[in-house]
Ligand binder design. Structure first.
Ligand code: NAD
Length: 256
């Protein structure tokens, strides 16, 4: 376990409204809390109403606005953007699900469709809804959560790997198209991180091909607040000159 301790930068998000998806657990929760502790008003989105209620109950003094719903649907997107009330300085697209490590020949339709809906369509829908607000303001910072599986073919199954490569593509396209209008769009690619994400390895093929690599190359897993540190840096104005990067936050896995 890392000896690193989170240190708050007071006021870094003062006056800002930041949308964080997946805020009920893991990396999204840590990101929502970091932004809120640093003065931001956080629109906290998650599928789980219960997790959001817990988040708010445990942190009654922070500016957390919970909005429950499936963020891959247009209804939930509209509810989240409505709660922001016409101002969105930052958007952290964190919500995501793993696949079951299926190879392409054995990939069930429902896993492909659900993984693409949550990991990709939600990023498309929410960014599409938020960008006009950012364009109007002439400022905005979007951070998409990718993965080590967005950098290589040996970290997950076909669906999750494809979804995170798509996230990188959306990030770079938007960075180019909106960069000159004051909007930065970046991604963070976490390595192994201790959260509640489920990653069952149901595939015999993956057990033969991918599992042995994990034993050789996997650096120690990070805590969720270490990922929040990377995400909030890119969300913050200190990342002023950074646009279109896919920042690996993975204890060096990307270099192996
Ligand atoms: P987690 O399961 O702890 O948290 C994810 C949260 O997202 C949950 O609270 C869940 O309810 C929510 N969520 C799922 N589907 C949703 C939907 N359709 N609408 C709204 N909310 C939804 O997982 P985590 O590890 O914190 O994952 C966060 C992100 O980090 C994901 O995009 C994941 O792919 C990525 N990631 C995680 C790891 C890791 O090792 N944990 C590694 C690389 C990338």
């Amino acid at each position: 376990m890392s000896a690193w301790q989170e240190v708050i930068t007071p006021g870094r998000f003062d006056g800002q409204t930041v949308i964080v998806t997946g805020a009920g657990s893991g990396i999204g929760r840590a990101t929502a809390l970091r932004v809120a502790r640093e003065g931001g008003r956080v629109i906290a989105s998650d599928l789980s109403r219960e997790r959001l209620e817990e988040l708010v109950a445990e942190n009654p003094d922070l500016g957390l606005v919970p909005v429950a719903g499936d963020i891959s649907t247009e209804d939930a997107v509209q509810a989240v953007v409505g709660a922001a009330g016409g101002r969105v300085d930052g958007l952290a697209n964190v919500a995501g699900i793993m696949d079951h490590f299926h190879g392409l020949h054995e990939l069930p339709d429902e896993i492909w469709e659900r993984v693409m809906a949550v990991n990709v369509t939600s990023v498309v829908r929410l960014s599409r809804a938020v960008l006009p607000i950012m364009l109007e303001a002439g400022y905005g910072s979007i951070v998409n959560v990718s993965s080590e599986a967005g950098l290589r073919g040996s970290a997950a199954g076909a669906a999750y790997t494809a979804s995170k490569h798509a996230v990188n593509g959306l990030t770079k396209s938007a960075a180019v198209m909106y960069g000159r209008k004051g909007i930065r769009v970046n991604a963070v690619a976490p390595g192994g991180t201790i959260t509640h994400i489920e990653a069952p390895m149901d595939s015999e093929l993956a057990k033969e091909t991918i599992a042995p690599l994990f034993g050789v190359v996997l650096p120690p897993a990070a805590q969720a607040d270490e990922l929040a540190a990377s995400i909030t840096f890119l969300l913050s104005r200190d990342a002023t000159n950074i646009n279109g990067v896919v920042l690996a936050s993975d204890n060096g896995w990307n270099a192996i």
